[in-house]
Design a protein around this ligand. Structure first.
Ligand code: MTE
Ligand code: MO
Length: 558
C-alpha cells in the first residue's frame, strides 16, 4: 500500500490522490467502528504477546497480573477491606475483570485516536506498556526481567495499531470532493459522508493479527502453566508424614453439633483465604528451599522439603484468624496442622530469644511472592507450637493455603505469623524493619484478641417461642476460654455451656438454651479468657490490631 501518514490526515489534506484499485467506499461510521476495533486488536495482541514473553521470565510478570498485584499493594487499607468484605474471595477476579474492562475502553479510545493521529495512538499503547512495566518492577518481589513482557507486548501492540490505522487512512472519496471527511457538497452527486479506505486490507490484517495473537496467547498460557503442573505433581507425590509422638485426636465433646453452628474443624474448602496474591503461587516441593539467616544467626541454614519433613512433625489443632475480621465475621478457621516445630530449627541456627539475651526480636518470613511477615522471636521460641506447617487437616497444604510450607504460630493474627509459601526466614529487629502490613498502618505486633461470635440463630432469623439453642464459638488463642455469657435485650448475663476444650490454641464452641418469648429480641455474647480478662464491649474497627465489641443478632420470635 502506498498510503502515507499524511494521507491519514486526509481531512485537512488538499492533495488529490488518484484512487487506487482495491479500496472500496466505506462509510464514516464503518471507518470509526474499524478504528475502535483496531485499538482492541492491538490491545489483544499486546496482552497475548506479553503472555508469551512471560514464559521467558515468569507467569507473574504478565501485565494484567503485574498491574493487578501492584494495585493491591497500593490500595489504601480501607478500600482493600471494603473489597475483601464485599467481593469475598472473588475480589481478585473482580479486580482482574475491572482492569480488562478499563483496558478495553482505553484501547477503543486509542483506536479512534489513531484514525487521525497514527503515531499518537501507537504512543498511547506504548504508554500502557510502560504502566505494566513499572507495575511489574514495583512489586516487592520484582525480579530483573519482570518488565520485559509488558515492553515486548507494548511494542507489538503499537506496531499492530500503526499498521491497522494505515489501512484506515482516509483519502478524498472522489476527485470533486475536496474534504473527504467533511460534509458532502450540497447537491453533489457524491455518496454522503463517505470516505474511502482499504476495507479488505484492514479486515485481512485485523483477522491475521488476531489469529496470530490468539496463537501466541494460547501457547504462552500453556507454557506458563507448565510450572504449575510440575508443582501440582509434586503436591500429589508428597504424603503427609505421621507424627512420631502420637497426637491424641481432639477430645470427645469439642463439637456440640448444634444445627447452624460452625463445625469444630473447618474443612479445607471452606477455610477462609486472605492474601495479596492475584495468582496463587504454585511452588514445586522438589525445588523449594528455606533459608534461615540474619542477626544473631551463627550457623546459616538452607533446608529442602524432604530434609525438613525428615526432622519429624507434630499435629496440632490451631485456630488461625485474620486481623481484618469484623466482629461477627468469618475470617477465622480451625484446622489440624501438621508441621515441623520451628523453635528447634532456629536454635540449631544459633538463634537465642531476646529474653535470653538474643540480639534479634523479629523473625521476618518472606514468601515466594514477596510478602513479608514479622513475628516476635520470643513468641516463636517461648514453647508454644510455632511450626512450619506442611499439612492441613490430613492433606498436604492446599496451594491457596501455602503449599509446600507455611508458618503457623498460635495466638497471633495471620498477618504477623502465618506466612504462606514461605521461603526465607531472617532474624532482625522491629526497630530496623517494617513488614508489608506494618508499612501500611497495621501494628507490627498483634496478639489475637479474646472474642466471641453467635452462629445461630442468624440475624433477622424468624423463630417460634419456646426453647431456642443460641450457639457459637469463642476464642482466646494461647490463653484459653474460661466462660461465655449471653444476654437478651441488654438484661442479665447468662452463662453458656461450653464444649470440651481441645487445647488453649483452638476456639471453643458454646450453647445457651434460650427460653424465647415472642417479640423482637437482641442477643449479645461475651467471652472471658483464662487470664480472667472479660471481652470488652468497646467497639473498635479491625485497624490497626483487631476489632473488638460484642457480637449481637436481632431476631423475631413469633
Ligand atoms: N505469602 C503470604 N502469606 C500470607 C498472606 C499473604 O498475603 N501472603 N496473608 C496473611 C494473612 S493476612 C492471613 S490472615 C493468613 C491467612 O491464611 P489462610 O489464607 O490460609 O487462611 O495468611 C497470612 N499469610
Ligand atoms: Mo489477615
Amino acid at each position: 500500500m502506498t498510503y502515507t501518514t499524511r494521507a491519514s490526515h486526509g481531512a485537512h489534506s488538499a492533495r488529490r490522490t488518484p484512487r487506487p484499485a482495491g479500496p472500496q467506499r466505506g462509510g464514516r461510521w464503518l471507518r470509526a467502528l474499524f478504528g475502535a476495533l483496531s485499538g482492541l486488536v492491538a490491545a489483544f495482541a499486546s496482552l497475548a504477546v506479553a503472555e508469551l514473553a512471560a514464559v521467558a521470565v515468569r507467569p507473574q510478570a504478565s501485565p494484567v497480573t503485574a498491574v493487578g498485584e501492584s494495585v493491591i499493594d497500593r490500595t489504601p487499607g480501607a478500600l482493600k477491606d471494603y473489597a475483601v468484605r464485599n467481593f469475598g474471595t472473588n475480589d481478585k477476579l473482580m479486580l482482574q475483570l475491572g482492569i480488562l474492562v478499563l483496558l478495553a475502553l482505553f484501547a477503543l479510545g486509542l483506536g479512534l485516536l489513531a484514525l487521525r493521529w497514527r503515531r499518537v495512538g501507537s504512543a498511547g499503547v506504548l504508554a500502557f506498556g510502560l504502566l505494566g512495566a513499572v507495575s511489574a518492577m514495583s512489586r516487592p518481589d520484582a525480579q530483573h526481567y519482570d518488565a520485559l513482557p509488558s515492553v515486548v507486548g507494548a511494542v507489538v501492540g503499537a506496531a499492530v495499531l500503526y499498521l491497522l490505522a494505515g489501512r484506515l487512512a482516509a483519502r478524498p472519496a472522489a476527485p470533486w470532493q475536496d474534504d473527504a471527511l467533511g460534509e458532502p457538497p450540497l447537491g453533489g452527486g457524491s455518496p454522503a459522508a463517505d470516505t474511502t479506505f482499504d476495507r479488505r486490507g484492514f479486515v485481512v490484517l485485523a483477522l491475521s493479527a488476531s489469529a496470530v495473537s490468539a496463537g501466541a496467547g494460547l501457547l504462552g498460557s500453556k507454557l506458563n502453566a507448565a510450572g504449575s503442573e510440575q508443582a501440582a505433581a509434586s503436591r500429589a507425590a508428597v504424603s503427609i508424614p505421621t507424627p512420631r509422638a502420637t497426637t491424641s485426636a481432639a477430645p470427645v465433646g469439642v463439637d456440640l453439633k448444634v444445627p447452624g453452628l460452625s463445625p469444630f474443624i473447618t474443612p479445607n474448602p471452606s477455610f477462609y483465604r486472605v492474601d495479596t496474591a492475584l495468582v496463587v503461587p504454585t511452588v514445586d516441593a522438589n525445588t523449594w528451599q528455606l533459608r534461615i539467616h540474619g542477626t544473631g544467626v551463627t550457623k546459616e541454614l538452607t533446608i529442602g522439603y524432604k530434609e525438613l519433613v525428615a526432622r519429624g512433625v507434630i499435629d496440632r489443632d490451631i485456630t488461625v484468624m485474620c486481623v481484618s475480621d469484623e466482629v461477627g465475621g468469618s475470617y477465622i478457621g480451625n484446622a489440624r496442622w501438621t508441621g515441623v516445630p520451628l523453635a528447634p530449627l532456629l536454635r540449631q541456627a544459633g538463634v537465642v530469644p531476646p529474653s535470653k539475651g538474643g540480639p534479634a526480636d523479629q523473625l521476618v518470613a518472606r514468601s515466594v511472592d514477596g510478602m513479608t511477615i514479622g513475628t516476635p522471636v520470643e513468641a516463636v521460641m517461648d514453647g508454644r507450637d510455632a511450626m512450619l506447617a506442611v499439612g492441613m487437616n490430613g492433606e498436604p497444604l492446599p496451594f491457596a493455603h501455602g503449599f509446600p510450607v507455611r508458618m503457623v504460630v498460635p495466638g497471633l493474627y495471620g498477618y504477623v505469623s502465618a506466612c504462606k509459601w514461605v521461603t526465607d526466614l531472617e532474624l532482625a529487629k522491629f526497630t530496623d524493619f517494617d513488614a508489608y502490613w506494618s508499612k501500611r498502618g497495621w501494628s507490627a505486633q498483634a496478639p489475637i484478641k479474646t472474642e466471641s461470635r453467635i452462629d445461630t440463630p442468624k440475624s433477622s432469623g424468624k423463630l417460634t417461642a419456646g426453647k431456642v439453642a443460641v450457639a457459637g464459638v469463642a476464642w482466646a488463642q494461647h490463653k484459653g476460654i474460661a466462660k461465655v455469657e449471653v444476654r437478651v435485650d441488654g438484661g442479665a448475663w447468662h452463662t453458656a455451656d461450653l464444649a470440651a476444650q481441645d487445647t488453649i490454641d483452638t476456639w471453643r464452641q458454646w450453647v445457651w438454651q434460650w427460653p424465647a418469648t415472642s417479640g423482637s429480641h437482641r442477643l449479645e455474647v461475651r467471652a472471658t479468657d483464662r487470664t480472667g480478662y472479660v471481652q470488652t464491649e468497646q467497639k473498635a474497627v479491625p485497624r490497626p490490631n483487631g476489632a473488638t465489641g460484642f457480637h449481637s443478632v436481632t431476631v423475631k420470635v413469633a
